[in-house]
Design a protein around this ligand. Structure first.
Ligand code: PMP
Length: 409
């Protein structure tokens, strides 16, 4: 990479923090042991995974045994959802709970979850293992807690609502929903519904104290918090009826088989440990993001900000520009050294309109003119100024070209 690139896609992934990398390095070839081995090599590796577990547990305010290491948030979400359904069917034979005598279990979620949640649920629906209610998020991109309350049925075993949306950054009322779920459980004297949140995009910016939030399960990922890719965790409150979904060894309290990714786990612990000390950086990110939104809405014509302006992650801006094609905008910006995205990195390359933008009621044609700009702890004012100026120029150029073409017809 020769030319100076400005990275404004921190929601897709983040660079590994230097301190995190330093902590990880010895675990590749010096302290390379398998934490399940009984000898000293194993012992060193086990100490390291336990330290990371401690760091995560301290961040989430939970017990060590309530953390399951995974390969990332995709796996955490799959395990949370499919693991609860699997245990439900096991429980049915074991009389685990009165709700297990119901027929098909019911799950509540929102229309704009990450694809790893939505596709897990689609699989359960298709294979006849669950029925699912997808709640709306309205123009603001925020689910209403009262909608969750109305949707709970006798056979509801799981509610899964993301904490912060990855495309538009809107924040969901997790505490309110957890109160509703708890009340429903207590009223019916059952273990269900279980409440899960995908907090992948929330860890850097929001309180993730699981006691305060009141969630039973919480997913997170290393590479969104300046840690490595391919590692994540699932918090599972003690007593939650969950079954492993991958068969193999006895790792992670028999809840997730497979040799531990020790360097990754060390990196995840160190990354989460750093989040606490980065509060001052969040202020800076918020003020730069507000500056971006203000300037873009003022200087560029026919543009809208997608999702709530207030209930929003401090690093996210998502705009729709009228008469502009998002993909060409991204490519032109990239040529000029600015990296941002049309939506989530996982679905770029797909020509389908973003399910998140559609869920806000945005028309298909308009959704194609949308881009997501996400800031991070290394973003500077100088970069922001350059990005705003470039965006203005590129939009002008695209609109002039498409206007000229139209005139020719
Ligand atoms: N959930 C959300 C909200 C995300 O933003 C992402 C990453 N785009 C994931 C889940 C998947 O995380 P991972 O890349 O760790 O599998």
């Amino acid at each position: 990479m020769n030319k100076k690139l400005i990275y404004l896609d921190y929601a897709a992934t983040t660079p590994v923090d230097k301190k995190v990398l330093k902590a990880m390095l010895p675990y590749f070839s010096e302290k390379f042991g398998n934490p399940m081995s009984l000898h000293s090599f194993g012992e060193f590796a086990k100490e390291a995974t336990q330290k990371s577990r401690q760091q995560i547990a301290s961040f989430l305010h939970c017990n060590l045994e309530e953390i399951i290491f995974t390969s990332g948030a995709t796996e955490s979400n799959n395990l949370a959802i499919k693991g609860i359904v699997k245990k439900y069917f096991f429980g049915k034979t074991k009389n685990l709970d009165t709700r297990c005598s119901m027929n098909k279990p019911h799950i509540i979620t929102t229309v704009f979850e990450h694809h790893c949640v939505l596709n897990s649920l689609k699989f359960l629906e298709k294979s006849g293992q669950a029925e699912v209610t997808y709640l709306p998020v309205y123009k603001e991109g925020v689910v209403r807690a009262e909608d969750v309350k109305k949707a709970i049925k006798k056979n509801t075993i799981l509610v899964s609502v993301m904490y912060v949306n990855n495309e538009i950054g809107t924040v969901q009322p997790i505490e309110e929903i957890s109160k509703i779920v708890k009340n429903s459980r207590e009223g019916a004297k059952t273990l269900y519904p279980i409440f899960h949140t995908d907090a992948t995009q929330a860890i850097n910016y929001f309180d993730c104290n699981v006691e305060k939030l009141g969630v039973d399960m919480l997913s997170l990922s290393g590479h969104k918090i300046y840690g490595p890719k391919g590692v994540g965790a699932l918090y599972v409150r003690k007593g939650t009826p969950i079954e492993k979904t991958q068969d193999g060894g006895d790792q992670e309290g028999q809840k997730r088989a497979g040799t531990h990714n020790v360097p990754g786990i060390v990196g995840l612990g160190e990354a989460i440990n750093q989040v606490k000390s980065q509060k001052s950086k969040v202020k800076n990110i918020l003020s730069l993001r507000n500056y971006l939104i203000e300037k873009v809405l003022k200087e560029i014509k026919d543009v809208t900000l997608n999702g709530s302006k207030i209930k929003r992650s401090p690093n996210n801006a998502n705009f729709t520009f009228k008469s502009v094609e998002g993909e060409s905008l991204i490519l032109m910006l990239d040529q000029l050294g600015i990296a941002c995205s049309t939506g989530s990195a996982c679905s770029s390359g797909s020509l389908k309109p973003s399910h998140v933008l559609m869920s806000l009621g945005i028309k298909t044609e308009e959704s194609h003119g949308s881009i997501r700009i996400t800031l991070g702890k290394y973003t500077t004012k100088k970069e922001m100024d350059y990005a705003i100026k470039t965006l203005e120029n590129v939009i002008k150029k695209i609109r002039t070209i498409s206007g000229d073409i139209l005139k020719e017809f």
